[in-house]
Design a protein around this ligand. Structure first.
Ligand code: TRP
Ligand code: SF4
Length: 339
């Protein structure tokens, strides 16, 4: 029996950090054994926000691909492809856009939050909100449905986008006849990863991220300035590890010594500097094999391109077949030959 399909996407807007890995990608690495997996480098979606910064998107298509490969996405098991190489996705987006009202898009909680953030950045004029941006959930519906029957591994923040896709599919099937498969979310219980400053979210724009490509020096600098229990003044003061980011990352990285870290912190037998140095070692040990692979791909750019070309070609075949079905259902299959 054919394995079920999953599809998920990632915007190529920067190198990946711990939030991406522990929040999503480590789960994808596991899923690729169970599912026929598609990982989309969502450059078209990245451009909705970065249309005036094409160099950034272009550069990060390869950076993000290298990150995914280094983290264990295996091109022998999975398909990695670039969104803009699949014109059928853009085509589907156009037809789906008739099936969504503006009001519904503005009500989408993810879009709503993002518009609020933009207004905070650019002022309350609304001028910064483009048609393409408000419509990106429609384009994401096209991403998902192009790969017929694909389930979508998501975190909670993406659920409204899956719901939007399901509504579009229902409407399409009602109007044009049963054509598309309603996608299901595959919920992961991966946590949202906290930042070095104790913020609930690690993010590039928050300046509190640890990157998978950070050098030893970067890691040292970042960990040495990570937020610890502010009430601990002297190195033998007892402290509360639960409010300390250093302890949080010890746990995240599965330090086998975690019980000792916790006990010594609580009874004042451990200084923060020692504790941070131990974390730096644990983190570097975790990063070493990832960075070795990263170095390999950085020095073999042709191989990275080959993976993307092959993946995109394979993905396109599937999207083409979906597009053919859609054309038939919509009665726009005028000719039996390709134009
Ligand atoms: N919107 C997702 C994000 O910002 C990225 C994405 C693009 C995606 N296309 C997708 C996720 C399709 C799931 C399915 O992280
Ligand atoms: Fe945090 Fe370690 Fe200091 Fe405790 S000893 S507050 S866990 S850095």
């Amino acid at each position: 029996m054919e394995k079920k399909r999953i599809l998920t996407g990632i915007r190529p807007t920067g190198k990946l950090h711990f939030g991406h890995y522990f929040g999503a990608v480590c789960n994808w690495v596991k899923l690729q054994d169970q599912y026929q997996s598609f990982f989309e480098i969502a450059d078209v979606q990245a451009l909705t926000d970065n249309f005036n910064n094409p160099e950034k998107v272009r550069m990060n298509v390869r950076e993000v691909t290298i990150d995914l490969l280094s983290l264990g996405i295996d091109p022998k098991k999975s398909t990695i492809f670039v969104q803009s190489t699949i014109p059928e996705i853009a085509e589907l987006t156009v037809y789906y856009s008739n099936l969504v009202t503006m009001a519904r898009l503005y009500r989408n909680p993810t879009v709503k939050t993002e518009i609020k953030q933009k207004k905070a950045l650019f002022g309350n004029t609304g001028e910064s909100v483009t048609y393409g941006f408000v419509g990106y959930p429609v384009s994401q519906a096209a991403d998902i449905t192009a790969f017929e029957g694909a389930c979508v591994p998501v975190g909670e923040d993406q659920l409204p986008l899956i719901e939007q896709t399901r509504e579009i599919v229902h409407k399409f099937n009602t109007i044009y006849g049963e054509t598309l498969v309603v996608p299901e979310p595959v919920l992961s219980n991966n946590p949202r990863i906290k930042g070095l400053d104790g913020n609930e979210k690690m993010g590039k724009s928050l300046g509190n991220a640890i990157y998978l490509s950070d050098t030893r020096e970067d890691i040292e600098k970042k960990i040495m300035s990570a937020v610890t229990d502010a009430n601990k003044i002297r190195k033998d003061d007892p402290a509360n590890p639960d409010v300390c980011m250093v302890y949080y990352y010890h746990k995240l990285l599965n330090n086998p010594n975690i019980k000792t870290v916790c006990g010594e912190c609580k009874n004042g037998a451990r200084g923060c500097v020692t504790c941070k140095k131990e974390l730096i070692e644990v983190m570097n040990a975790f990063l070493e094999p990832i960075q070795k692979k990263r170095y390999y791909y950085e020095t073999h750019p042709k191989e990275v391109d080959e993976i993307l070309i092959e993946g995109s070609r394979y993905a396109r075949q599937i999207a083409k077949s979906t597009m053919n079905n859609v054309r038939k259902s919509m009665q726009i299959d005028y000719f039996n030959e390709e134009i």
